[in-house]
Design a protein around this ligand. Structure first.
Ligand SMILES: Nc1ncnc2c1ncn2[C@@H]1O[C@H](COP(=O)(O)OP(=O)(O)OP(=O)(O)O)[C@@H](O)[C@H]1O
Ligand SMILES: [Mg+2]
Length: 360
């Protein structure tokens, strides 16, 4: 696996960070500061520069600083092949992506150049929440296992939304519905195939990590599809559900409704798992993402760990320790208590105060 790391980061008008230019170390970067100072925002800026997306479940425009009309994040990435820049400009209603000074062919090309994996407190919803986070996990890994997965997902989303708009404005007899349903089925089936490949890349590490944490229960990951895998059957099932879908306000079948079912001892874990089991599941999925993205891209992912808290129970500190020891690449972590972070090897410390970042 080839190593690469973010050696410099430049941020303008991003959340509460008006302006920052920081040099980062190739191994551990510990970002500390009190609550509400901008630690998560800094990690989020790195994530946006590498993927063009945010990891907070918000619209990307929400990360433009209050009162500003645009934001810019730029990351310099150093590898054996030299240094390059990637940058993301944010405006209301648009993003402007650059790899060095060129526009990438697609946002998937942009997001796969410097793989990054983030672990943040909201991720408990991977195990305990609705399917959205789990679908996003599969779609993120799918970018690396099936290069066209991002485009297929965008095409599917467009087709299924156009069908819904036609249904709602012109009714279940609208003449263009058949075409949208055909397109939804073609691209939807490819999205599902890509997700199944992503799941295959994740499953083994997820199960073995879970087995190390809680060996007494069996952990299974199952793709649960709502639409038939055959394209013609998928399209005809959409046709049959037109009148229901008008009332529902969205298509009742398709990858946007699928789930990655997580099972403990053969039972759906979402509602029945204990807190500790949920945490073990989340950690196992993140370890699996780190391993899968690394293996599929042959690049060592950058790891972002947000909010490494002082009140770690045993399960979480074991979890954190194993994540840190297996992440052999660059790590950026944020904490209110830098003294509890034990690291071996190169370490750089930063402090964030009211959106200003300074090296310690
Ligand atoms: N778009 C925005 N523009 C300006 N400020 C924002 C924006 N969005 C959020 N903020 C503010 O930025 C500040 C820093 O938020 P951030 O989540 O980075 O803090 P943090 O250091 O991670 O805190 P904690 O330790 O509580 O997690 C907060 O006061 C927040 O309200
Ligand atoms: Mg935070």
């Amino acid at each position: 696996m080839r190593a690469q790391h973010v050696s410099a980061l430049s941020v303008r008008s991003f959340r509460n960070i008006a302006q920052a230019d920081v040099s980062l170390g190739p191994r551990f970067n510990v970002v500390s500061g009190d609550n509400g100072q901008g630690k998560t925002s800094l990690l989020e800026a790195v994530y946006v520069a590498l993927t063009s997306r945010s990891f907070r479940a918000t619209k990307i425009e929400e990360s433009i600083a209050f009162g500003a009309t645009q934001a810019l994040v730029r990351a310099r990435i150093d590898s054996d092949d030299g240094a390059r820049w990637q940058s993301v400009g944010l405006r209301r209603g648009g993003r402007d992506l650059r790899l060095d000074d060129k526009r990438p062919r697609s946002s998937s090309e942009f997001a796969t150049r410097a793989p990054v994996v983030v672990f943040h407190p909201g991720e408990i919803s991977l195990s305990a929440g609705s399917g959205a986070e789990r679908r996003r996990l599969l779609d993120r890994v799918a970018l690396f296992s099936s290069p066209s997965a991002g485009d297929e997902l965008a095409r599917y989303t467009r087709a299924v939304r156009s069908r819904q708009a036609a249904l709602e404005s012109r009714g279940a007899g609208s003449s263009d519905l058949g075409e949208w349903e055909e397109l939804s089925a073609v691209h939807g089936a490819r999205v599902v195939e890509a997700r199944r490949r992503a799941l295959a890349a994740l499953a083994e590490v997820a199960q073995s990590t879970f087995g190390e944490l809680l060996p007494e229960v069996r952990f299974d990951l199952v793709y649960s599809a709502t639409a038939p895998s055959d394209v013609a059957d998928f399209a005809s099932e959409l046709r049959r559900s037109r009148s229901i879908d008008v009332r529902r306000g969205s298509a009742s079948i398709g990858p946007h409704r699928d789930d990655l079912r997580l099972e403990l001892g053969g039972k759906a874990s979402r509602r029945t798992a204990s807190q500790g089991q949920h945490r073990a599941i989340v950690l196992s999925l993140k370890m699996a993402e780190l391993a899968a993205v690394g293996a599929l891209s042959s690049l060592r992912p950058v790891l972002l760990l947000d909010d490494v808290s002082s009140e770690l129970d045993r399960a979480r500190s074991t979890a954190l320790f194993s994540l840190l020891s297996r992440a052999s690449g660059q790590v950026l972590l944020s904490t209110t208590r830098p003294e509890i972070i034990e690291t071996t090897g190169d370490r750089v410390d930063f402090v964030v105060r009211a959106g200003a970042i300074s090296p310690l």
